[in-house]
Design a protein around this ligand. Structure first.
Ligand SMILES: Cc1cc2nc3c(=O)[nH]c(=O)nc-3n(C[C@H](O)[C@H](O)[C@H](O)COP(=O)(O)OP(=O)(O)OC[C@H]3O[C@@H](n4cnc5c(N)ncnc54)[C@H](O)[C@@H]3O)c2cc1C
Length: 441
C-alpha cells in the first residue's frame, strides 16, 4: 500500500510559539511507509522532518517540506524481562509506555516534566530531568535503528556502529528517521516527594548536602526574592498519598496566576509582588506526595510559556545563580516570572549531550504567555544567556538560544565529529530545516 500524504496541514508546537505549513503531512504506520516517504522526497528533492509530540518549544520540528508524524508507529516490539529492556517503535508516547511497562513490573528510571512526548523526540533534543546519579533520558537508550536519507536502515548500539550510536542518542532529528529504540528499564518503583521552603543562600551554601540527601533533588527559585522551594524525591515502599488540591493547585495556582500575570503585562512591576505572593500562598508549608514513579517524576508546567534552559558545569551553580540574582536586583525594570527551575544531571559521553563529559546544573527560566499574550523578555533573555555562556554553559537543543555553529564548536569537543557523520549520512541535507541550519552552518 502506498502511504498517503495530506496537503494543507498546519503544525503548531505545544507552546504555540512556532508553527509551519508542511507541503505534505504523512502518518506512516510501518517502516515500509517511512521508506516510501523518503523515496518520494529524494525524487522530488524535498526536505523531511519527523515530529513526535510537538512539544519542543523551539522550531526544531518545523518544516515547509514533508512532515512525518510518528504517532502511528507506537508499538512495543519486545520486552526482555531478564535484561529489563524494552524495544519500542520510536513514535510511542512515554505516557503510554509508562502504563505498559507497569504491566511487566518495569519503569523508566527518569522522565522529564511531561510524558506526552515520544521516545524519539525526547532523545532527539537531550531531554533531561534531575538527579545527579541520573543522566539525560538518552542515557537510558541501549540500541536504536534509524533510516538514513538513502533509505538504509542502520542498527546502532555500543557494539554495532558505536560512533553513530553516540551521535544518534541526541540526534536533533538530523541523522535520519529513528524507527525503534531499546531502553534499559529498572524494576517498577514508588517515589516519595517532599517539598519545603528555603532560601537561595541556604540551598547554594549546602548544595552538596542536598545532592547527597535526595536521589532526585531539584529546587525552584522565585526571582526578585530569596525564596526557594526545595523538592526531594526518593524511593519509598509506603502507600500513595496526595497533597493535590484543586482549589490551591488550579483555582489559585493556575487561573488566578494567569489572570494576575496578564494584569502585570500592563503593570510589569507587579511581577515582583506576584512571585512573593505565590510563594507565600503555595510554597511555604511542607508538602508530601507518594505514588508510582512516573506520577511523581512528571509535574504540572502550567500554561504556555517561553523557555531557556542551559546546562552549566555543576561547580558553577552558585556563581551563575548569584549573578542572575544581582542582574535582576540592579535592573528592576527587567521582570522574571517564577520559577527559575534548577536541576542536576550526571555527565555522559553522548556527542551532542549538553552534559557531555561533565556533571551539570540546568537553569531553566520561563516567561509565561498569559492568555497567549507575549510578555517582553528580551533583556532578561540576553542577560541570562550572557551569564550562562560566561560560565561555560550549553543550551538545551529544544529551547530558545542565539547560538550558532561557532558557539557549538567551542562548547562541544565532538561537534566536528557529529557534523562529519551527519554530512556523510545526509549529504543533500534532507533532514535540515531553518532551526538546524543555524546549528550546522
Ligand atoms: C510542557 C513541557 C515540559 C517539558 N519538560 C521538559 C523537561 O522536563 N526537560 C527537558 O529537557 N525538556 C522538557 N521539555 C522539552 C521536551 O522534552 C522536548 O522538546 C522533547 O524533544 C519533546 O518531545 P516530542 O516527542 O514532543 O518531540 P518533537 O518536539 O516532536 O521533536 C523533537 C525533535 O525530535 C525530532 N524527531 C521526533 N521524532 C523523530 C523520529 N522518529 N526520527 C527522527 N527525528 C525525530 C524532531 O524532528 C525534532 O527535531 C518540555 C516541553 C514542554 C512543552
Amino acid at each position: 500500500m502506498m502511504v498517503h500524504g495530506q496537503k494543507g496541514f498546519k503544525f503548531q508546537n505545544w507552546a504555540k510559539t512556532y508553527g509551519c505549513s508542511p507541503e505534505m503531512y504523512f502518518q506512516p504506520t510501518c517502516v515500509e511507509e517511512v521508506r516510501q516517504v523518503l523515496d518520494l522526497a529524494r525524487k522530488q528533492n524535498k526536505r523531511v522532518k519527523a515530529v513526535g509530540g510537538g512539544h519542543s518549544p523551539s522550531d526544531i520540528a518545523c518544516t515547509d517540506g514533508f512532515m512525518i508524524h510518528m504517532g502511528k508507529m507506537n508499538r512495543i516490539l519486545k520486552v526482555d524481562k531478564e535484561k529489563r529492556q524494552v524495544t519500542v517503535e520510536a513514535g510511542i508516547f512515554l505516557m503510554d509506555l509508562n502504563v505498559e511497562l507497569r504491566k511487566y513490573g518495569l519503569a523508566l528510571s527518569n522522565l522529564g516534566a511531561v510524558s506526552d512526548v515520544t521516545a524519539a523526540g525526547v532523545i532527539g533534543t537531550g531531554t533531561h530531568n534531575t538527579g545527579i546519579k541520573h543522566g539525560i533520558l538518552a542515557t537510558q537508550v541501549v540500541a536504536l535503528t534509524l533510516m538514513t536519507a538513502a533509505g538504509t536502515i542502520m542498527e546502532c548500539s555500543e557494539t554495532s556502529n558505536a560512533e553513530l550510536f553516540k551521535a544518534s542518542q541526541v540526534h536533533l532529528g538530523s541523522l535520519g528517521i529513528i524507527l525503534t529504540i531499546t531502553i534499559q528499564c529498572v524494576p517498577q518503583f514508588h517515589l516519595r516527594e517532599i517539598s519545603f521552603p528555603s532560601t537561595l543562600k541556604e540551598v547554594l551554601d549546602n548544595l552538596d548536602s542536598h545532592l547527597k540527601k535526595s536521589e532526585y533533588f531539584r529546587f525552584l527559585w522565585f526571582p526578585h526574592s530569596d525564596n526557594v522551594s526545595v523538592i526531594y524525591q526518593d524511593h519509598t515502599n509506603k502507600p500513595p498519598i496526595s497533597a493535590a488540591n484543586w482549589f490551591w493547585n488550579y483555582a489559585i495556582g493556575f487561573y488566578l496566576l494567569e489572570f494576575l500575570l496578564w494584569i502585570s503585562t500592563f503593570l510589569p512591576f507587579l511581577v515582583h509582588w506576584i512571585n512573593r505572593f505565590f510563594f507565600w500562598l503555595l510554597y511555604t508549608s511542607k508538602m508530601e506526595n507518594r505514588n508510582i514513579s512516573y506520577k511523581i517524576l512528571n509535574y504540572e508546567c502550567r500554561f504556555k510559556q517561553h523557555v531557556q534552559d542551559w546546562a552549566i558545569p555543576i561547580e558553577k551553580t552558585a556563581e551563575a545563580l548569584l549573578e542572575l540574582k544581582t542582574m535582576l536586583e540592579s535592573h528592576p525594570n527587567v521582570v522574571a516570572h517564577f520559577p527559575v527551575e534548577v536541576r542536576f544531571v550526571k555527565g555522559d559521553n553522548i556527542l551532542l549531550s549538553p552534559c557531555f563529559q561533565r556533571n551539570s546544573c540546568y537553569v531553566n527560566i520561563i516567561m509565561y504567555r498569559p492568555y497567549g499574550k507575549d510578555v517582553p523578555r528580551l533583556d532578561y533573555w540576553l542577560a541570562y544567556e550572557r551569564i550562562m555562556k560566561g560560565v561555560g554553559g550549553r543550551p538545551h537543543w529544544a529551547k530558545a538560544h542565539n547560538c550558532t555553529r561557532k558557539d557549538f564548536e567551542k562548547m562541544y569537543p565532538s561537534f566536528q565529529k557529529f557534523c562529519a557523520l551527519r554530512e556523510k549520512l545526509d549529504p543533500t541535507g534532507m533532514f535540515l530545516n531553518a532551526s538546524l541550519e543555524k546549528v550546522f552552518f
